[in-house]
Design a protein. Structure first.
Length: 342
């Protein structure tokens, strides 16, 4: 039965009447980001392709990932774990295992996600973090690969409009303060070669969604990532803008602010299209002491040379987040529409 399912999964072909037809099961997709936003998009995309590469930020230093990173001298496994769960063929079963979190208490497993411990144990058993991740994707039959953006252990630093600088992803969100720029503590960090190759070979490169300064931009600061993007002249490059502002990072940000922040950090244009949610459900509350969080949208058709595409891609249950199915459908629809232009 497993072999039959694998054969079916690897040979997905859609009917001509289906909007996914042009992609079949072979479109090469590279998605760059981290955190919940990236896994949300992957959950929807796996319906349309079995050749997805998730390129994941490795600057997480909080909670379970931060503890394992420090104690076992490995890359933080948390965001990678979430992406593996999202891409798994049997997501419900895999997520119930990988996302299980031990209750907090005085024991050694307190607060740890089972998937983080799994990856850490395999890293020791196989002698390599990347081998552990690769083995996990094989075991759980994922619709592609999950790769760290770099193999170097690094930290993200942020400089604010009040002149203060902080080091460490978990310390960056500061409600009420505007971030001027972020940078990597060891600026010479190079890209993981397999991640760079996946970007260069992709038909579709997607930035985000996810925390602007702690999930999306950190990947683009890695030496070799932007170079790989610019070497690929055949791909559709798309930024999925967050559908809401984020407390402590992007309070009061517009769509233009998001795009401008990315371009300023990478030294120029990095994508030609930006997908923006056009449905507003959650509005600001002036009584919120920790910062106003709300849906963002725009009526602009072009921003900084980027074509703006708008659609209802919001989750009705969680209006500050994307709906994975809606989002993936719009991404693939845009890819199909623009394929003949490239």
């Amino acid at each position: 039965m497993k072999q039959i399912l694998k054969k079916w999964w690897n040979g997905l072909v859609y009917e001509p009447s289906d909007p996914r037809y042009l992609t079949g099961g072979s479109i090469k997709i590279a998605v760059i980001g981290g955190g919940t936003g990236l896994s949300t998009l992957l959950r929807g995309l796996k319906v349309y392709s079995n050749d997805i590469t998730a390129i994941v930020a490795v600057t997480d230093d909080g909670s379970s990932s931060g503890m394992l990173k420090k104690e076992y001298d490995i890359l933080p496994p948390g965001d990678i774990r979430q992406c593996i769960s999202a891409l798994a063929l049997d997501e419900e079963m895999i997520s119930s295992l990988m996302e299980y979190r031990f209750k907090k208490g005085n024991n050694s497993l307190s607060g740890h996600a089972l998937g983080n411990i799994w990856i850490t144990a395999l890293s020791q058993q196989l002698g390599s973090f990347t081998k552990a991740v690769e083995a996990t994707t094989e075991i759980f039959k994922t619709a592609g690969k999950v790769l760290p953006a770099t193999l170097s252990k690094t930290e993200i630093c942020a400089v604010y409009d009040d002149g203060k600088t902080v080091v460490g992803e978990s310390k960056i969100p500061r409600p009420g303060q505007r971030i001027e720029k972020v940078y990597l503590k060891n600026g010479s960090t190079g890209a993981y070669s397999k991640a760079a190759i996946a970007i260069q070979e992709a038909d579709l490169i997607i930035f985000g969604p996810g925390s602007l300064y702690t999930s999306v931009i950190p990947n683009l600061l890695i030496r070799g990532i932007i170079a790989a993007i610019r070497k690929n002249t055949k791909s559709l490059n798309l930024y999925v803008c967050n559908c809401s502002t984020e407390r402590g990072e992007t309070e009061n940000y517009s769509v233009k602010d998001h795009i401008e922040a990315i371009f300023n950090h990478v030294g120029g244009k990095a994508f030609d299209y930006c997908l923006v949610n056009n449905r507003v459900i959650k509005k600001s509350s002036n009584s919120c002491a920790l910062g106003n969080i709300h849906n963002i949208t725009t009526s602009d058709k072009e921003i900084l040379g980027v074509e703006i595409v708008t659609a209802d891609v919001i989750s009705l249950k969680k209006p500050l987040y994307h709906d994975p199915d809606k989002l993936a459908k719009e991404v693939i629809s845009l890819y199909n529409k623009t394929k003949s232009k490239r």
